[in-house]
Design a protein around this ligand. Structure first.
Ligand SMILES: NC(=O)c1ccc[n+]([C@@H]2O[C@H](COP(=O)([O-])OP(=O)(O)OC[C@H]3O[C@@H](n4cnc5c(N)ncnc54)[C@H](OP(=O)(O)O)[C@@H]3O)[C@@H](O)[C@H]2O)c1
Length: 283
């Protein structure tokens, strides 16, 4: 099945009261599509939207709660009569050294960025698979490809998301279900504000470079390179066209970081080329 041209498509988007998710909802409603939008605060979503909301189903959902996610998907198909596109967008940044990151913080992050996504996938994939068509868009980050000091937990979540999504893409291709991993660089959303970002108290003075990085990132707010309006438009175009590689890189900064990672990985592979076989059983 290709993207429906003869009727409004139905999208299920998570994390929609701010940023990229909010911009996606706005543009999808402008297109005349149906949008089921999950959020922790439907009030915030409705206050932020200045669009015609006739085709909007705002859903207050705790993504960590599998039953609540399944109910939200049922509400979506009941209201709109089907489902075409799933966008797992919800996520948040977390800045601290690895050794400062608590057990609770790790579980909270993975609850949203991995378990929450899995809850959405378990509830939606049977629908897409059985109708033999649809598109899953998982919003990762360039930090799902490369990791930097102070971002260990966020990267752990996004790397996990990338891993499961690569497997998913290969699993569902035969059912006509397309999969895209979106990898934004810095985007001018609420991501780097203290409303969105988790900033645990420093527990050691051992990492002055991380404190400096945190200050620099807070100061970056409002000057990020990425435009959420353009980013959301490109994500929609990618889905509507059905064309493109697995990874949608958004932002020249993202492209540069990803390129540097590939080059470092290439150098690492070259350095290991002679020694990798040393652990093989002899032929
Ligand atoms: N902006 C960037 O620089 C950047 C770069 C790379 C990747 N990303 C990724 O892009 C996606 C969208 O982020 P954004 O830039 O639009 O940031 P944002 O403006 O802070 O919006 C994040 C959205 O995620 C949801 N969210 C945040 N914390 C959550 C939690 N604990 N539980 C459930 N939902 C939560 C929020 O939904 P509700 O409040 O409506 O529930 C919110 O609408 C995220 O996955 C982020 O990791 C962003």
């Amino acid at each position: 099945m290709t993207f429906p041209a003869d009727r409004p498509a139905t999208w299920f988007v998570t994390g929609t009261s701010r940023g990229l998710g909010l911009e996606l909802v706005r543009q999808l409603l402008e297109r005349g599509d149906n949008v089921a939008a999950t959020t922790r605060s439907t009030d915030r979503l409705l206050r932020a939207l200045d669009a015609d909301t006739t085709r909007l189903l705002p859903l207050a959902v705790d993504l960590r709660d599998e039953a609540a996610v399944a109910q939200a998907v049922r509400n979506t198909t009941e209201r709109f009569g089907g489902l075409d596109v799933v966008v797992n967008n919800a996520g948040y940044g977390y800045l601290a050294a690895v050794e400062e990151t608590t057990d609770r913080d790790v579980r909270d992050m993975l609850d949203v960025q991995v378990i929450g996504v899995w809850n959405v996938l378990r509830a939606t994939l049977p629908i897409l698979r059985e109708q033999r068509g649809g598109h899953v868009v998982n919003v990762s980050s360039v930090l799902g490809l490369t990791s930097v000091p102070g971002w260990g937990l966020y990267c752990a979540g996004k790397y996990a998301l990338e891993g499961l999504t690569e497997a998913l893409a290969a699993e569902v291709a035969e059912f006509g279900v397309k999969v895209t991993i979106v990898e934004p660089g810095y985007f001018r959303t609420d991501f780097l504000t203290t409303d969105s970002l988790a900033l645990p108290h420093a527990t050691t003075a051992a990492y002055p470079a991380i404190r400096e990085m945190v200050e620099n990132h807070l100061a970056l707010q409002g000057n990020q390179l990425g435009d959420p309006v353009r980013g959301a438009r490109l994500m929609i175009e990618r889905v509507v066209s059905g064309e493109g590689p697995l990874r949608q890189i958004l932002g020249s900064d993202s492209h540069a970081y990803a390129t540097a990672k590939v080059q470092a990985l290439r150098a690492n592979l070259d350095a290991a080329a002679r020694t990798a076989s040393a652990s093989d059983f002899p032929a």
